[in-house]
Ligand binder design. Sequence first.
Ligand code: GRG
Length: 295
Amino acid sequence: MTHAWLDGYQQRVDAALDRWLPEARVAPSHLHEAMRYAVLGPGKRVRPALCYATGDALGIPLERLDGPACAVELIHAYSLVHDDLPAMDNDDLRRGRPTCHRQFDEATAILAGDALMALAFRILAHDPAMVEDPATRLEMINLLATACGSRGMVGGQSLDLAAEGKPIERSELEYIHIRKTGALIHTSVMLAALSSETATARQREHLEHMAKQIGLAFQIQDDVLDVTGDTDTLGKTGGRDIERNKATYPGIMGLKPAQELALELHQQALEALAPFGDHARPLRLLCNYLMHRDT
Ligand code: GRG
């Protein structure tokens, strides 16, 4: 991610993911190989970085957050594998490489996604390094399950597919985006907040506000990059939203207003971090990176 701090988070979660993912030589090898391919490819690891950076803002030992960081990245990787399938976006390219179903086959990609989701919940239930209190663990599992279920990411995806080719209002688009992308980003921050024994209710409110603003800004930026980015830099096929007649922020409000809205949300996210002072430096760096990324 270009900053030593953020690169450190990336390396940390990659090492933890490598430990949790079954080895490719263990049966069923083909499935395990596909799971590792889908997760360990060159992604940005934004959601784990948000989890660790929130931990740094709250003074939490980072080993306590390896489990939650892996869980959100595994859910994210599964969602990308399924999103790329012929039944959904039918994409050939992801993270600069063939999509999982192109590299393996469709059935293997579906099963790899299923197994990645199961592994995410196994980690939250089982990781001995995480917060010990059983009630907190249960709350974390509930939070992630809600964020990725029919009232969160999967629901958002369902509405997004149903809206293809139809004119929709900005409020409807926001409703979809908050679920499809925002819910997991929000959860990445809140799993870390739940891991703190000392965070105050006020601190959690500030973090929650920051997560909501940055989650929506991230998706708007994704819509913008689909218009302005090129396939080589993005590592996925650019211009797909227009091709599929998808509702996007630039499509509904114009490119420049969409860019301005993302910046405004970014600014509000930074304001929510003010009470954390210097402890929130990694979170600020991350918010800035998310706004100025080109991939
Ligand atoms: C199929 C259950 C299911 C859900 C799909 C997240 C999602 C829901 C689909 C992905 C489609 C998409 C491009 C959404 C826009 C925002 C987004 C999630 C972008 C990709 O995330 P990055 O930029 O990817 O964090 P990397 O590769 O860096 O991890």
